[in-house]
Design a protein around this ligand. Sequence first.
Ligand code: GLA
Length: 395
Amino acid sequence: MRSELIKKFTEIYGGDGSDVRLFSSPGRVNLIGEHTDYNGGFVFPAALLQASTIAVRKTDSGKIRIAATDLPNRVELDITKLADYKDLDWGNYQAGVAYVLQQEGYEIVSCDILYHDTVPFGAGLSSSAAIEVVMATTLATFSNEAKGISKAVDMIEMAKLSQKAENVYCGVNCGIMDQFASAMGRQNQAIFLDCKDLSFKYVPLNLTGYKIVIGNTKKKRSLADSKYNERRAQCEEALEQLKIAYPEAECLRDITVEQFEDSKMLIQDEICRMRAEHVVYECDRVLNSVKALNDGDLMAFGRMMTASHISLRDLYEVTGLNLDVMVEESLKIDGCIGSRMTGAGFGGCTVSIVEESAVDEFISTVGKNYTERTGIVPEFYISEAGNGGREITAE
Ligand code: GLA
């Protein structure tokens, strides 16, 4: 992969490739804890092996030039005018990261970049976070080198700045989960993250005899951004009303299940009450899931995943026909012990825990039934937890 990418790089930008470096940052799958991150809650994602990898060379052109292996697009960003690229169809995420880093005092070094992405786009596996975090890691590394700073780049900082770029530059009001998982992922581990204070623990994915299977519904996530922002607003409204009983609550995560049940009628709007119910119970499910995994109780973990999907379907209303059909068909397979949508919803992917010996049957039968019911041919990926953003120095 390394030599192939460097070869493509030199075909576009010239040179012999000896001064080209590689950086990479993965997509993520969230195992449980959906729509909780922007409510200060718990999430439990793992980084994927699929990633956004770049070949990059420093230049003195005053520009950041960007190309991609799978798209004809090319962009050229003037590093003195980084505020000007918000409306780019492609390249605005990268420009946003460069802009935010510059605002934060990083020295932006001119460079030529070739992106190679293996995270499917728009599938709810955080292809955009992967693009952002690899950009941030590269630019911060170059900035440190330019300033003679020898310490390693702070990857939590990269996650925060990437999220900020997406919020302020690209206008997507996302939480921190995707960028955090992309920056901090670790092989064979999931990340139990508290989004209120960003404390986290790695939890080994000891799935002996089982596999994580991702099902891509291939349904485009239409209207996802506006619905996403609407859900956020509904959660904020619910919190305001719950504060009458719990004035010290800073976010919905601060409300326990018992407190919620005692006081939910303070939330006047029924829809807002449903949204808050999902968040409060989902946070509880994450805690129980992590405990179940630590106790080796995979069945309990699977049951929690399925309960999460039902809550996202009935209370948070972000699933839609395609995700529901995929989960329904998945759960019909013997050996599938839990299944749910992952990511923002409204299309995208499901994640299921499937007994290793049933994986082939799972993929063919779920695939066939899903196509019969929706007319769409899905894709499946057997997933392993991979490492987070970094420079790749060896083959
Ligand atoms: C998207 C956002 C995340 C998170 C999930 C839902 O992936 O980028 O911050 O809110 O949706 O859990």
